[in-house]
Design a protein around this ligand. Structure first.
Ligand code: PMP
Length: 455
């Protein structure tokens, strides 16, 4: 390991040379950030020694917290044995083979094939190529259009940011002309006077309407996160997914479930598609597949699609230097072993998630809380200055940004999207640590209410 640099030196070099993701470069160069130097269990430590409880599992990926020696050891051992080789040119490696088999074992029978990438973004780019290839091979080359949803997040590469429905990203990237966006199932934000059930059906109908508008013969796929994560932990009304499922069943359109956040336990089951009883043809995964310890993503492909792809003549013209990297796949295998051997996905859904939800629900009466929603260990708390009108407290999400900043200052790592405080605690969080999370969030909400003059 390189010698430790002191905080000031690190901050200076960081501000001078390091361009950070999703960051205002000018602001960062002027003010800098926090250097995270160490992590243990569910706690982060910055270079000044401050301890911060992580209520976000890193970036929704460290579902098992930061210890997990077996995963670290698996990576170390793999680097000793075979630190790298590619999977091009009729080569393969044991961890990639084993992880592909394991993921097929863990998912419904119809999933028997996996394509590996390094990230969720690349996996969604790959999905576009897979579905285009599928319909080309079926002699339906017009089926190229893809339907996604407003405020979805599918990644940051050009194709993935085009698939996503984030306005700010579209403003900086010329989107793909074959991607279209429909209403998001976000009742709190878009539901107006409709009941949640009515709005769920209305949002689902937007899919049928868009298919009619574009022509089913031109559409390849619908892509969706079971619960939209980065968009604000948007938990759809109960009426939404059954209606979408029916629309898809009646049409010749593939369904890609983006499980990059929902996958591996976040919503209380191994996958979000189980929580909502939906049947994707392709599944995008990343993040918690390695507990965030190594970069890895990929696509699970159901037989309906793979049977056609496997019969196509010629190469699938797509691949990444690190597709199926042995050390990343070794991390993935070790992570699957922890999920399976400890049963933590099941036990945290049974014991921790109800406690988390109950504690959060106690915030509903707080003067600036408009809604609390959660599914498994996935939650959002909406801030408002008018509970009936569901209005935001201040322009540019200033209140939620303030709330987030004071929470972090007080030792709780949470995120903000719009006026929602969002959380995805690690499954290894203990009950008293959930209580601490909610206590710290309450203090941050109190401070925010004071700051914005609401009582
Ligand atoms: N899909 C979803 C649902 C995501 O949440 C993310 C990342 N937050 C991605 C795709 C992109 O993954 P990555 O950042 O690994 O490219």
């Amino acid at each position: 390991m390189t010698a430790k640099l002191d905080t000031q030196t690190l901050r200076n070099l960081d501000q001078a040379h390091h361009l950070h993701p999703f960051t205002d470069f000018k602001d960062y160069a002027a003010h800098g950030g926090k250097i995270i130097s160490r992590a243990e269990h569910i706690y982060l430590y910055d270079s000044d020694g401050n301890k911060i409880q992580d209520a976000m599992s890193g970036l929704w990926c460290c579902n098992l917290g930061y210890d997990q020696d077996s995963i670290k050891q698996a990576v170390f051992d793999q680097l000793q044995e075979l630190p790298y080789y590619n999977n091009f040119f009729r080569c393969s490696n044991q961890p990639a083979v084993e992880l592909a088999s394991k993921l097929c074992e863990l998912t419904p029978e119809r999933f028997q094939h996996v394509f590996f990438t390094n990230s969720g973004s690349e996996a969604n780019d790959t999905q576009i190529k897979l579905v285009h290839r599928y319909f080309d091979l079926l002699g339906k080359p017009n089926k190229k259009h893809i339907i996604s949803r407003n405020n979805a997040y599918h990644g940051s590469t050009i194709a993935a940011s085009s698939l996503g429905g984030m306005k700010s990203m579209h403003e900086q990237t010329m989107g793909l002309n074959y991607v279209h966006h429909i209403e998001q199932p976000h009742w709190y934000e878009c539901g107006g006077d409709m009941s949640e059930a009515e709005f769920g059906l209305h949002a689902a109908q937007a899919l049928a309407d868009k298919i009619d508008e574009l022509g089913e013969e031109n559409i390849a796929a619908f892509i969706a996160e079971p619960v939209q994560g980065a968009g604000g932990v948007i938990i759809p009304p109960d009426s939404y997914w059954p209606a979408v499922k029916k629309i898809l069943e009646e049409r010749d359109i593939l369904f890609i479930a983006d499980e990059v956040i929902c996958g591996f336990g976040r919503t209380g089951n191994w996958f979000g598609f189980e929580t909502y009883d939906i049947e994707p043809d392709l599944v995008t995964f990343a993040k918690a597949v390695t507990n965030g310890f190594m970069p890895l993503g990929g696509c699970l492909v159901a037989d309906k699609v793979s049977n056609v792809l496997l019969n196509g003549a010629g190469d699938f013209a797509h691949g990444l230097t690190y597709s199926g990297h042995p050390a990343s796949c070794a991390a993935g295998l070790a992570t699957m072993a922890v999920y399976e051997d400890t049963g933590i996905i099941e036990s945290s859904a049974r014991d921790l998630a109800p406690h988390f939800n109950a504690q959060l629900q106690s915030l509903v009466d707080h003067p600036i809380v408009g809604q609390v929603r959660s599914k498994g260990l996935f939650a959002a708390v909406e801030l408002t200055d008018d509970k009936a009108a569901r209005t935001r407290i201040a322009p540019d999400s200033a209140a939620a940004v303030y709330c987030r900043d004071v929470a972090i200052e007080d030792g709780l790592m949470v995120r903000q999207t719009g006026d929602a405080m969002i959380m995805a605690p690690p499954f290894v969080t203990e009950r008293h640590e959930i209580d601490n999370l909610v206590a710290k969030l309450t203090v941050a909400l109190d401070k925010t209410a004071r700051q914005f003059g609401i009582s």
